[in-house]
Design a protein around this ligand. Structure first.
Ligand code: HEC
Length: 276
């Protein structure tokens, strides 16, 4: 968000917060469908629910509910860690945590691209160690309390020389839009609100970068895409075929076996929904 917009947004946010604080609790049958639930703290009547229209809390064991976080964005996960910290995932805001009893959420990270977390577990022995699962069944791990996440399937993977060069180039020129390890651009409040906002797609195998041949990927990188968007035509920025090839080698190191075997036109025969 640019600071120019802040004066317009602040009163709106204030109104929203005021409304949030005074809203009447909803009876259970009026609450949007709950997809995840967590009891919190020592009080077993305090229950949190993640719904497609926001994060809710009940203070009477689940009979009545109110918003626990002031944004009505899809909440996909809520879980209590052994140390009593409450964790939640809200699309557009990312991973949030709440310590103590006040409904104050701290943003921890928003770097999962087009994926949302559906399940999370925190080590009892060392709360810095965490594991999480996305809606696509991808496992992620963090060793720093949720600030940075790493795809489990890439752990220990060795990169060839071209992919190593591509990795450095990717970090410098592509990651700001396409995300760490190619997860894609993360939802933001701007991406929800701005009409026609085109997200930078994942380049790992969670979307369809792998439906394109190497040549087609090189071409997109150098020439840009057919519609006007933020994706630059990198040739105009001085990039050559070899660098684009290195980038493709790195991008392909982010793909699993199925995507590699089914790359390009072959992907049509490989589209079994439950295969990975
Ligand atoms: C400023 C943001 C931004 C940057 C930086 C950026 N991209 Fe993109 N990229 C996009 C957007 C937005 C799209 C989607 C365009 C569309 O759909 O028309 C895209 C699309 C693509 C696609 C097509 C994917 C598909 O599935 O068809 C490829 C490949 C790609 N980018 C590679 C790269 C590479 C490699 C870099 C770094 C050299 C890069 N991009 C840097 C925003 C960006």
């Amino acid at each position: 968000m640019s600071w120019k917009k802040a004066p317009v947004l602040l009163p709106a946010l204030f109104l929203l917060l005021a409304q949030w604080a005074t809203a009447e609790p909803l009876a259970l049958e009026a609450v949007p469908k709950i997809q995840a639930v967590a009891l919190h703290g020592n009080d077993h009547t305090r229950l949190f629910g993640a719904t497609g229209e926001g994060l809710y809390v009940s203070k009477d064991g689940g009979l009545h509910w109110q918003l626990a976080y002031p944004f009505r964005l899809p909440a996909t996960m809520v879980a209590e860690a052994p140390d009593g910290t409450l964790w939640a995932f809200v699309a557009g805001k990312g991973l949030l945590k709440m310590q103590g009893d006040a409904l104050l959420w701290t943003p921890v990270s928003n770097g999962f691209g087009a994926q949302v977390l559906t399940s999370l577990s925190v080590s009892k022995k060392d709360p810095q160690e965490m594991a999480a699962l996305t809606q696509f069944g991808k496992l992620f791990k963090s060793s720093d309390g949720g600030k940075h996440w790493h795809k489990l399937e890439l752990e220990g993977k060795r990169l060839g020389e071209a992919a190593r060069r591509g990795k450095a180039l990717y970090a410098e020129k592509c990651q700001s839009c396409h995300g760490t390890e190619g997860v894609g651009e993360s939802y933001s409040v701007q991406s929800f609100r701005e009409k026609g906002y085109i997200m930078a797609p994942p380049l790992d195998d969670s979307a369809h970068a792998w439906h394109h041949t190497d040549e087609a990927l090189v071409k997109t990188i150098l020439e840009g895409t057919s519609r006007p968007s933020r994706m630059p035509a990198w040739r105009t920025q001085g990039m050559d075929e070899q660098q684009a090839g290195d980038l493709v080698a790195y991008i392909k190191s982010l793909w699993g076996k199925r995507a590699l075997e089914c790359q390009g036109p072959k992907h049509m025969q490989c589209m079994q929904p439950d295969s990975r």
